[in-house]
Write a protein that binds this ligand. Structure first.
Ligand code: A2P
Length: 325
């Protein structure tokens, strides 16, 4: 990092310290065997456009037990081989369980998996995602090869209570936020949290009942949904999660202005540009500087920003955390 970059980030008020966490307790060449402990659809309705499952895996007695932190991922090695004859490669899945797992004793790790179903672009033959469908097909008691954990940046800060959080997710990007919010609940919910969630239809909102429950239980927790494909007659364009930032700015503005606030973004690749553009439109320069540092030549031309300008011309500060895929 250049000296100029360091000056941009480390001196910023409210810059969090990210804890040093261990990775790779289980390496890909020696995976451990976990056993499916529970599996259920976690969409708001069975009639959702996509099939998304909450999958809990028992890792007791393995090196993965108690080995992860909220925000990290674990690896899954699906059985079988690729068309080349080589074994399938490992896939990473975001951990949805809190640190300490679903039962608090480090034994139950969780993820949130969407079945990938597509057509081949050329042959138009059905293409099923190898690992997502393998995981979603598993039943309670089935064994699965696991590795990890992986990830040392997309984490809660060292002192979580020193900060407030705007969590912005689309689809299964909710997984690490379920994990982090459960950690914050264990700490007695010491922070303000705005959970922003984007989904194609109401039926595809994930963990919706649970999140609504948090919003009614904790005054300092708000839930903001953006349903993209349900256009009302007065709407001319899709409502994305970043548009919800603008629509609910009365509520979110004071949080964004605060030096305590950290922004975490997780989900569909491309959303980061929309989120950054929206922040740039909404915030005065001194507040925007808490989250983004902009090359002078693009600062006034927000509508023409492009994704390739990240991170050279649109650089996030250490108060923004990004995981898109
Ligand atoms: P849409 O697909 O209607 O354009 P899922 O993972 O369940 O498919 O949900 C992803 C959500 O993110 C959908 O509502 C999708 O809208 C939305 N989305 C797609 N592109 C972007 C983007 N660039 N910024 C924010 N949200 C997006």
């Amino acid at each position: 990092m250049s000296t100029a970059d360091q000056a941009n980030t480390t001196e910023l008020p409210g810059t969090p310290t990210i804890p040093q966490v261990d990775q790779h307790a289980v390496k890909p060449n020696a995976p451990v065997v976990g056993k499916v402990h529970a599996t259920y659809l976690c969409t708001a309705s069975r009639k959702a456009a996509g099939f998304v499952r909450h999958i809990e895996i028992d890792v007791s007695g393995t090196e993965l037990e108690n080995a992860w932190h909220a925000g990290q991922s674990f690896g899954v090695i699906p059985p079988g081989t690729q068309s080349s004859g080589k074994p399938h490669k490992l896939r990473l899945y975001s951990i949805a369980a809190p640190t300490g797992g679903e039962t608090g004793d480090g034994t139950i790790i969780t993820t949130t998996v969407k079945r990938v179903v597509d057509e081949h672009w050329d042959t138009h033959k059905l293409l099923n995602g190898v690992c997502s469908n393998y995981l979603c097909d598993l039943n309670v008691g089935d064994e699965v090869l696991l590795t990890g954990p992986v990830g040392k940046r997309f984490l809660l800060p060292e002192n979580p209570a020193d900060h407030d959080y705007i969590f912005i997710a689309t689809g299964t990007g909710i997984a690490p936020f379920r994990s982090m919010i459960l950690d914050l609940i264990k700490l007695g919910m010491p922070s303000r949290i705005a959970m922003m969630m984007g989904a194609p239809y109401e039926s595809d909102l994930l963990y919706d009942d649970t999140i609504r429950g948090w919003a009614s239980e904790y005054d300092q927790f708000t839930y903001h949904t953006a349903v993209s494909r349900h256009l009302t007659p007065s709407q001319s364009k899709k409502l994305y999660v970043q548009d919800r930032l603008s629509e609910d700015f009365d509520q979110l503005g004071p949080m964004l202005a605060s030096k305590r606030t950290l922004i975490y973004v997780c989900g569909i690749a491309g959303m980061e540009l929309g989120v950054f553009q929206t922040l740039a439109r909404l915030l005065p320069p001194d507040q925007l500087a808490q989250y983004l540092s902009l090359a002078p030549e693009i600062a006034g031309d927000i509508d023409n920003w492009e994704r390739r300008m990240i991170p050279k011309k649109i650089k996030k500060t250490k108060r923004v955390f990004l995981e898109v895929y």
